[in-house]
Design a protein around this ligand. Structure first.
Ligand SMILES: NC(=O)c1ccc[n+]([C@@H]2O[C@H](COP(=O)([O-])OP(=O)(O)OC[C@H]3O[C@@H](n4cnc5c(N)ncnc54)[C@H](OP(=O)(O)O)[C@@H]3O)[C@@H](O)[C@H]2O)c1
Length: 221
């Protein structure tokens, strides 16, 4: 598939590289076409990788990934163009972390609504799926580097978009029963509010190489 990755940070470059490795064409989007990090990423990633503005990338793509800073995501997606997002699955990996009061950051959810919902409300024709925001970039794309089963969540209102996202996640190495559908895009509230716990765990372990695993009773128990 042709996939636009909006965001040139560690998440955008990691997800972009893994998508290319797993057989997709990726165009990395940033505010400026000559963005240094995007140019460097294209240089090291090789065939299948290209760069452009947020709008160039989104217009070209069949699927769009939001890997921009959470507090600027609506701005970045507006620059990408609502018309270039319409009808397309939009994987939203962002976290609305507000560092203005120092560390630890707060999760910005005005009126109790998540950034995932705000993105869906602002771009109603996009098919938003919140996923992968609950772990570090390396764990997102190399799940088998951690021992045992662990969990990636998907939330969104469009069943077809969630199925497509699950396929991309399986391509990264996630097992089908590790991909847990937590419902509509309103479930993004909890996925974003997990971040304070993630940050505490990061402090405890001194490393981002961890994840949570949801363990259920067997159906007959
Ligand atoms: N780091 C992690 O391990 C991790 C894990 C889970 C979720 N996340 C979430 O994933 C997202 C990406 O994180 P990251 O650390 O890779 O990158 P980041 O530094 O949070 O975001 C970088 C991107 O944001 C864009 N940006 C910055 N200011 C902007 C503005 N005013 N308008 C439009 N775009 C702007 C940058 O554009 P340019 O390319 O033009 O500079 C760049 O592409 C964040 O929402 C983060 O919370 C991160």
């Amino acid at each position: 598939m042709r996939i636009a990755v909006l965001g040139t940070g560690v998440v955008g470059t990691s997800v972009g590289s893994r998508l290319v490795e797993t057989g997709h064409e990726v165009r990395m989007g940033s505010r400026t076409a000559g963005n240094e990090r995007a140019v460097a990423w294209v240089g090291t990633t090789g065939a299948g990788a290209s760069g452009g503005t947020f709008a160039d990338a989104a217009a070209w793509a069949e699927v769009v990934v939001n890997a921009t800073g959470g507090l600027v995501s609506v701005e970045a997606l507006t620059a990408a163009g609502a018309e270039n997002l319409a009808g397309k699955p939009l994987l939203d990996i962002s976290n609305p972390l507000d560092f203005s009061g120092g560390f630890p950051p707060t999760v910005a959810q005005p009126d109790g609504r998540s950034l995932g919902e705000l993105i869906q409300d602002t771009f109603p024709a996009a098919r938003v799926v919140k996923t992968l925001n609950t772990m570090s970039a390396d764990v997102m794309v190399h799940p088998r580097a951690l021992p045992g089963a662990h969990t990636v969540f998907v939330a969104g209102d469009d069943a077809g978009a969630k199925a497509l996202v699950a396929g991309l996640l399986r391509g990264f190495g996630w097992a089908p029963d590790e991909i847990v559908d937590v419902g509509g895009i309103a479930a993004a509230r909890g996925l974003e509010l997990y971040l304070p716990l993630w940050l505490s765990l990061m402090g405890t372990f001194g490393s981002p190489a961890f994840n949570v695993s949801v363990v259920r009773a067997r159906p007959d128990e």
